[in-house]
Design a protein around this ligand. Sequence first.
Ligand code: GDD
Ligand code: MG
Length: 360
Amino acid sequence: MSGADATQAVILAGGQGTRLRPLTLARAKPVVPLLNRPFLAYQLALLRDHGVTDVILACSYRVDDVREALGHAEHLGVHLRYVIETEPLGTGGGVRNAVDLMRGTVFVLNGDVLTDADLTVMRRFHQANGSRATIFLVPVADPRAYGLVETDAAGRLLRFREKPTADEPITTNMINAGIYLIDAELLRRMPAGRAVSIEREFFPQLIAEGVPSFGFTTPAYWRDIGSPSAYRAAQMDLLDGRVRTTLMPPGERHDGAWLESAVCGSTDRITGPAVVGDGVEIGRGARVGPRAVLGSGCRIGAGAHVENAVLWEGVCVGEGARLTNCVVATDAHIGAHAEIGADVVLEPGAVVADRARLGV
Ligand code: GDD
Ligand code: MG
């Protein structure tokens, strides 16, 4: 592998985002907003920061949403191309479908992980070990919902078991982080034109054939944002500075709060960390934050309180309402003195009655 290699990436973004409903009824999972930026912008910024600028998006579902949010992503310092599956081809098939655009060694990313993984160190590991496929591994407390990856002391892959059934013994807490470095030549060997799982077919076959394949780990922030609670938690982590990223929220920072434009009302009512979009109105005596994200055009009524919460664009919060630990999608309307808490997720355009109590 030459020094200039591994500057290409494929991002898998063709899933339907079922577990992130109702949010994904309004917007495709790859571009749901995190601190008012489309999610994929974080992955693109990470790739660019590690010298990966030629990026291919393997997608099949709601591609227009992604195009509208990111275009060719030149503003993020990369060039993004789209390869579209007419039928979803699975995680392996999606990569295989884009293989004609790839050469040398390529990064492959699941399009729903927020991470600050050091891709440069991973690339060095891959080269130093003569690896042909390297998987980034992270330890998790409960690995059952992921791909379990066993390695020997040198890091060689011994076993890849995707989502073991309840009766199978758990043999490791190291899981597939959905970040790979793989020789394009190997990817070309996957069958074309049918669904293929990279986890259930491609990796087990490499191991069976004895192709030099490794697991690699180094401390990093990592979270799959594919469920509503993880989607909110990821933003709380970003607000708390737990994720190293060069992608900042839109606007300028004042006292720990990012403001996209002048707030109508007083910024004294905002307690950082917080992110406040364009044209937001904050009523008398209302409190925003700590840890609040307001999309553009939100209106927060007098005396209302928003904390540990994420509001998409155009949400209207009635007087004296209290929103904590929740996610509210676009144009929802929260009645006066309503109380919303504990991981509640409201769909786009939801209407909550005055004094209603949800999740509290
Ligand atoms: N292009 C394309 N085509 N992409 C797809 C398809 C498809 O048919 N199906 C899924 N994807 C994309 C999803 O959009 C997502 O970005 C990624 O592939 C992984 O799919 P998920 O549905 O999110 O899988 P998961 O989270 O259950 O499991 C995967 O990720 C875990 C880490 O978060 C596996 O790779 C596990 O092994 C891994 O531990
Ligand atoms: Mg996922």
